[in-house]
Design a protein around this ligand. Sequence first.
Ligand code: PRX
Length: 636
Amino acid sequence: MAQETNTAELQQDASSGELFLPTKHVLDKAIVTDFDALRERANQNPEAFWEEQARDLEWFSTWNTVKTWQPEIPKVEWFVGATCNITVNALDRHVKNGRGDKTAYRYIPEEGAEQPSSVSYKELLERVNRIANGLKSLGVIEGDRVTIYMALTPDLPAAMLACARLGAIHCVVYAGFSAPALKQRIEDSGSKVVISSDYGWRRGKKVDLAAIVKDATDGIACIEKQIIQQRGDAPLPEGALSLDELCAAQASECEPAVLSSEAPLFYLYTSGTTGKPKGICHVHGGYGVGTSYTQRIAFDLNEDDIYFCSADPGWITGHSYVVYGPLINGATVVLGEGALDFPDAGRWWKMVEEQKITIFYSTPTAIRALMRFGDEFPAKYDLSSLRILGSVGEPINPEAWLWFYKNIGHENCALIDTWWQTETGQFLISTVPSYPTKPGSPGKPYPGITAKVVNSQGEEVPRNEQGFLVIDSQWPAMMRTIFGDHERYAGYWQQIPGYYSVGDAAKMDEDGYIRVIGRTDDVMNVSGYRIGTAEVESALVSHPAVAESAVIGKPDPLKGESIKAFVILRVGFEASDDLAAALKKHVRVELSPIAMPGEIEFVPSLPKTRSGKIMRRVLKAKELGTATGDISTLED
Ligand code: PRX
């Protein structure tokens, strides 16, 4: 049996030979009871399998072909020829089926800020329609881009859905990004409208989002209108419209645009190996099928579940599993604005008790942070409503896994570790609650997905040996292009011919469980946030004191990785602690607080290849005291 092998590795990694089998509490509500049989059936005919899932959703007209795949372009299409609108599945379908009064979102503000509130499916549909009509009145049409830079309240998903209602493409930028990063994303997407909040809450303080939008849009030609969700009573900036006033003037009905299943739904910017973020494109049809199905089976999402996910919709987890996946499944979602440790580290556990949350989905960094605050915080609250725990975004170390499982799940919940990416749109590797889990491993490829661990020639490596994680199939929610740069998209299939390269190193054990080690490219994973080394470097060299810089990610017990920058100063500048602090602040202002280096070292030179490329690998090896590998291309 799968759970009886590989104990040596478990003992070493988790200091425990224990295997984690589902409890009755979990099994009673299992949607998938035989994961292996399901995977086998799906893999025999993935297209028939996904077609079966697609039939659970509503379409204006059905498809003539389930999937087409042209690897030479590359181009994938799902549910070809069908027409749909993702908002019909997320909203109208539930209202029509008599579930309009069910709560879609419960909004929990930071303590001392606003009042908690709830919005039902019917109310959300009306709000979405009013915003959509408002956007229409401003001239927004199918294919137009709208940037959304908002605080986490139900109006954020409403704004996304309003764009989708019209066939406009939303580009959500996380409201923690600073003005230059927002500007870059607005310009790349060519957005016509920007919707923002006046402010957000963070640790009892208001963050002035409107001011950031003002800085970001100054002198941008593409932006025609700015809409502001007014939470306070500060006057609107000149030329801006109030979201509430715009909505008040509109009808609460808006026919959904009849769109091709392949019509773009959103562009979401993520970091790559260059300084320019990539606008990952997802579409209405396949994305709705892939996210809703995977969420249902990963979390056993039942009618009476209360679901909490700590991700902000500014990231892919928010798009797929706070907005589209849960709404298509008709779930009740808890949105918690603000920090996890404000007013204290019991905030989320208090929310679990008060809201009777059944499914709790977060990141290893958050779990490690909460673990450090001590067991007494979760112990103060009644967490017995919980049935499923989820983890995402970075490898979860077995110690954090066990703490989460024991102190939050009380050994009575399933802990699901979901591996996926902005590009994949949906979970690709995980388990389901009825299936045995191994701490530190997301699990196995999901139904209809083939994942392998290979060497650089694409040959499978022996079990338990490290290699490149690749995917050998197509799935409905996969990205369709990178906006404005299809060549960069094609690159994912060129690194290891024949496969989609995910950019992660991994091992597969003899039972087929995959353990993800980390990124293999110049992308760092800091607290589960993906940050390109090149992005931080280009922020640094935009400072007048910096001539050159190289950035690496270092293992960090809390954040997974922390950022270290090596800097060569321009002539006339002296290395000092003050300058290091100023450079850190500069990155914070240029990019985002999450991208701020923890350490800056001033150096006279950087290791480079003869063609002038910085060898970050050499810096990292030196820093960590590990082998540098092949340095034959080093300049001197
Ligand atoms: O390195 C993997 C890591 O996060 C990367 C994807 O980052 P992003 O597109 O920002 O999406 C994060 C949320 C889905 C992956 O290439 N990653 C994601 N989930 C896991 C993970 N690493 C280990 N275990 C996971 N469960």
